[in-house]
Design a protein around this ligand. Structure first.
Ligand SMILES: Cc1cc2nc3c(=O)[nH]c(=O)nc-3n(C[C@H](O)[C@H](O)[C@H](O)COP(=O)(O)OP(=O)(O)OC[C@H]3O[C@@H](n4cnc5c(N)ncnc54)[C@H](O)[C@@H]3O)c2cc1C
Length: 446
């Protein structure tokens, strides 16, 4: 979800801005505390070791911040969006790597200088010290994960393989925690330091366990999701209808997505994100999936009556971020799913829909979209065909402006393939549509 602004709506701070402020306040306050603790704890055995400690403390802070970014805390997720939080997680991850490597190098260099010996010998000697060994193992795991997360390697790995290896980071966190505990000065430099680090670690792990484990388990036990119908929409697209108990209590909004598992049908470790393709009505949920790989292709074989394990709802692609009375909803291909749901959300106001597909036969849920747009007295432009060489693409600034002359007066919601989404976002910038009015959902989290 891309919504940036520090302006206000009707005198109140926009939700995305409130969340950004909360995040920055958290970071700045904790950085100040950590620096104060560093200064008050006194210097290390030599200058290099003092600087090493500075980096070590900040590595711990970055690690804890990483946990919060992936904790899927509903308040943050609805305001910032999982895709943007994942991008931040990626950048904080690489910063963490460099901080950890600098810390480790300076520790070895510091002790080598102290003992007047080589760095190689010092490294071997330190690996015999339990506290240092744990730190080294944590650093090695962080390095491994950073390597497999570089774009070129990530592209070559299957999502499940990459994700499985990525989970090793929790092992690294455990090792880093014990490493920090055993390092004499950090936790014990003062009573305040002891209390601060314990509270911070408990808060970060508590948030993670709440958002990633406790809430999904509780929700599934409470709602008991079950498949009620599986309806092919075309040769490659299928809709799955799910019901459950007390669905009126599920805090889902049109435009959001869930992470779905169908135990018994797929392996339990296969979980895929799919948007809600109809606005939640308190009685049922629906996903509509295009066959991309074996899981999405196999959804048409999920038996009616089978259990579903649903995580979420997640995402900030909703009318919570609306800033204008009217909306332009732009969808490409199966990116229509959250847009279709938003058409049932009156909060999006007066709507214009641009739906880009190769041919009318490829337009998923087209009849429903037509019907809902007509009900709301909106406008639908079905943009078919491939962009011919030399012809102006339909989302070039001029074309977009011709189709929707008041585009700058609307909130614009975009969901489609990455290339199309990027083209639309670039045209909106060229047309000077304020960034706070632009909201995008990307069908890729990793
Ligand atoms: C927020 C969001 C909403 C989405 N909504 C829809 C929708 O409404 N309809 C629809 O057809 N598609 C949607 N997608 C895309 C859909 O999740 C993938 O097409 C699907 O997971 C493919 O899984 P597969 O096992 O069939 O194919 P695979 O061949 O295993 O995967 C194809 C690609 O999908 C991505 N993918 C697979 N599993 C995951 C995962 N667990 N998390 C993130 N990415 C994954 C990977 O990049 C992979 O390369 C959405 C994606 C996201 C991130």
């Amino acid at each position: 979800m891309a919504a940036t602004s520090n302006t206000v709506r009707g005198g109140t701070v926009l939700p995305a801005d409130a969340a950004r402020w909360a995040m920055w306040t958290f970071v700045v306050v904790n950085a100040v505390i950590v620096e104060a603790l560093f200064l008050s704890a006194g210097s290390g055995k030599n200058g290099v070791l003092t600087v090493a400690k500075f980096f070590g403390l900040h590595a711990a802070l970055l690690m804890l911040f990483q946990l919060l970014l992936v904790a899927r805390l509903p308040w943050l997720d609805r305001r910032i969006g999982m895709d943007r939080l994942t991008v931040w997680h990626r950048w904080v991850g690489f910063s963490l790597l460099w901080t950890v490597l600098t810390h480790a190098t300076l520790v070895v260099l510091g002790y080598a200088t102290l003992d007047d010996t080589s760095m190689g010998k010092t490294f071997l000697a330190l690996s015999g010290v339990p506290a240092s060994l744990l730190g080294m193992l944590a650093a090695t795991i962080i390095l491994l994960i950073a390597v497999i997360s570089t774009r070129s390697l990530r592209r070559r790995l299957r999502y499940e393989v990459w994700h499985g290896l990525h989970l090793l980071l929790y092992v690294a966190l455990g090792l880093a925690f014990v490493h920090q505990l055993q390092e004499t000065t950090t936790f014990t430099s003062s009573a305040f330091a002891t209390a601060y680090w314990w509270i911070l670690w408990l808060f970060a792990f508590g948030s993670l366990l709440t958002g990633r484990v406790a809430m999904p388990l509780w929700r599934n036990a409470y709602h008991r999701f079950r498949v009620t119908a599986v309806v092919p929409e075309s040769d490659h697209v299928v809709s799955v209808y799910v019901t459950g108990r007390h669905l009126d209590k599920l805090p889902a909004r049109a435009g959001q997505f869930c992470i779905w598992r169908f135990p018994g049908h797929n392996h339990w470790w296969l979980a895929n994100p799919f948007s809600l393709s109809a606005a939640p009505d308190g009685r049922g949920l629906r996903l509509t999936a295009k066959a991309a790989g074996s899981t999405s292709a196999g959804l048409r074989n999920v038996p009616v009556g089978s259990r579903a394990f649903v995580e979420g709802p997640y995402g900030a692609f909703t009318s919570l971020h609306r800033t204008r009375p009217g909306a332009l909803l732009i969808a490409g291909g199966v990116g229509i799913t959250p847009v279709r749901a938003m058409l049932e959300d009156q909060a999006t106001g007066d709507v214009v829909v641009l739906y880009r597909v190769r041919g009318e036969a490829d337009a998923v849920l087209l009849n429903e979209v037509r019907h809902l747009v007509a009900l709301r007295g909106g406008r639908l432009h079905l943009l078919t065909g491939r962009t011919a060489e030399g012809a102006a693409p339909p989302f070039a600034p001029g074309s977009l402006h011709r189709l929707v002359p008041d585009v700058t007066e609307r909130d614009v919601y975009v969901c489609g393939p990455p290339a199309m989404t990027a083209a639309v976002l670039s045209s909106l910038r060229a047309l000077n549509v304020p960034a706070r009015q632009v909201h995008a959902e990307r069908f890729g989290l990793a």
